[in-house]
Design a protein around this ligand. Structure first.
Ligand code: SF4
Ligand code: SF4
Length: 137
């Protein structure tokens, strides 16, 4: 059975933010969860997670989260680049921990591989013309 890797943005209301819901999902549905970003405040919490597992188990895990009152949004592209703003300066190349930027040795153009991005946000402040945007935070 092939495994899938999906990214989700989870939103928790204040009444459930301290409950071990994500932990229970990992245990009950045999999933691997990597927390990419977390934010908790008095208004609740948000988690950006990457989930690895069998497709049926991932679906069941998502169903479990929803039944526990968590708002679940699947993310495909969550960091993007405004191509009109990018000056191909290369400042993002060394900062990205996921090697999501590549430079073409002939044209010196910097390309952005969104599929590799783990949403750490480092390039957003590093990019001089503010071409990198995090769409969800
Ligand atoms: S730092 Fe910004 S402007 Fe420079 S190459 Fe990267 S995305 Fe383009
Ligand atoms: S958000 Fe982080 S992982 Fe994604 S492209 Fe920017 S530096 Fe790389």
């Amino acid at each position: 059975m092939t495994l899938v890797k999906k990214k989700f943005l989870l939103s928790f209301t204040p009444s459930i933010v301290n409950e071990p819901i994500t932990y229970k999902m990992v245990k009950e549905f045999d999933l691997m969860v990597n927390i990419l970003r977390a934010e908790v405040s008095e208004r609740g919490g948000r988690l950006l997670i990457e989930v690895d597992g069998k497709p049926s188990q991932v679906s069941k895990g998502v169903g479990f989260l929803k039944s526990a009152g968590v708002e679940v949004k699947e993310l495909n592209e969550y960091v993007n680049r405004d191509e009109d703003r990018c000056t191909h300066c290369g400042a993002c190349l060394s900062i990205c921990p996921a090697d999501a930027f590549e430079i073409d040795g002939m044209s010196w153009k910097v390309s952005f591989k969104a599929a590799k991005c783990i949403a750490c946000g480092l390039c957003i402040d590093t990019c001089p013309p503010r071409a990198m945007k995090l769409r969800i935070w």
